[in-house]
Design a protein around this ligand. Structure first.
Ligand SMILES: Cc1cc2nc3c(=O)[nH]c(=O)nc-3n(C[C@H](O)[C@H](O)[C@H](O)COP(=O)(O)O)c2cc1C
Length: 317
């Protein structure tokens, strides 16, 4: 039998045992999944977006299944940063996996304050991920993710108070994602995460009664994978910092595809809703993909993509 491939990856000051991370908002605070899988098998997990104060989110129904993905208008429901520190972080801090705090706010000062409180609490967290792009509610930071100057402003402000790696999560709902990635990089981001959900819409069968009351909702899942892949590929080539690929990843081959586009790691979101063990399954499937392709280190997938790009006749021309 061939030797097991080395699945560890290192980027942005993080060392992960594998490149598979559970995406924010689709994995609770991680602890809810403990009865279902061994969280220590994951490369990392990103907790539900945290705000200064607790938020109740939107009234139900707020999830709708579609043939190719999911619509959500959860509205950034969360326990708030203080309850997170009291009730969730003590257990999360005992895990042998990278725990990443997803942060959002209505103003730059809100982002700064949430990160300041997380910093003051001491250990247990590996990094921060700034959500600049949630399209569900006005409180989700859509303005930060739709104007490169605001992307730069909030990233720079959080950078000043953060001693941990700072990941900035971009919205795909822009004409050109590259200036947003470059703005975050210039302001001190250590890595970019893309993408968040696309803005979608659904009407119910009864006139005037959409199944999701908010009408517009975040669209995620397999239908967005190819767009996400293109945005990752494009951004990887426009910035120097690492990029984490997110969007419709359902299996190890999907994850490998993002790594081949140049992503340093991947996040798995919607798949957790129909298969709560999707993350650990994807770790195993990705390992099997590497073994089958004779790859000894998973990082070769990302490295090779950039090597072959440099060597291709088109890039030499
Ligand atoms: C129900 C739901 C809630 C989400 N909540 C958050 C959130 O709080 N913060 C955030 O940055 N992204 C949030 N996201 C976006 C996901 O983390 C991910 O970027 C997106 O769903 C695309 O990946 P996927 O196609 O694998 O789901 C949420 C997504 C869903 C489906």
């Amino acid at each position: 039998m061939s030797k097991a491939p080395d699945m560890a990856v290192e980027f942005a000051g993080l060392r992960l045992k594998n490149p598979v991370i559970a995406a924010s908002g689709t994995f609770g605070y991680g602890v809810e999944f403990e009865p279902l899988l061994d969280l220590n098998e994951l490369g990392g997990l990103v907790v539900k977006g945290l705000s200064r104060e607790p938020m109740a989110g939107n009234p139900p129904p707020r999830l709708a299944e579609t043939p190719s993905g999911m619509l959500n208008s959860v509205g950034l429901q969360n326990v708030g940063v203080d309850a997170f520190l009291r009730e969730k972080l003590p257990r999360l801090g005992q895990l042998n996996t990278a725990v990443i705090a997803n942060v959002f706010g209505e103003t730059t000062e809100d982002y700064v304050e949430v990160v300041r409180r997380l910093e003051a609490a001491g250990g247990g967290l590996a990094a921060y991920e700034l959500n600049l792009s949630c399209p569900n509610t006005k409180r989700g930071g859509i303005t930060f993710g739709s104007d490169p100057a605001l992307t730069r402003e909030v990233t720079a402000a959080v950078r000043k108070v953060s001693r941990r790696p700072l990941l900035v999560k971009l919205s795909p709902n822009v004409t050109d994602i590259v200036p947003f990635g470059q703005a975050a990089e210039a302001a001190g981001a250590d890595a970019l995460c893309l993408v968040n959900t696309f803005v979608g819409m659904q009407f119910g069968l009864a006139p005037g009664q959409p199944p999701i009351p908010a009408k517009t909702a975040g669209f995620s899942g397999p239908a967005i994978r190819f767009q996400a892949l293109r945005l990752v590929y494009q951004t990887v080539r426009a910035v120097q910092i690492p990029v984490i690929g997110i969007g419709g990843i359902l299996c190890g081959a999907d994850a490998a595809e993002f790594l081949r586009a140049g992503a340093a790691a991947v996040q798995v979101g919607t798949a957790n809703f129909y298969d709560p063990r999707a993350t650990v399954r994807i770790v195993r499937e990705l390992e099997a993909c590497c073994r089958k392709a004779g790859i000894r280190h998973v990082r070769e997938l990302s490295n090779n993509s950039q090597e072959s790009e440099r060597d291709s006749p088109k890039s030499r021309a």
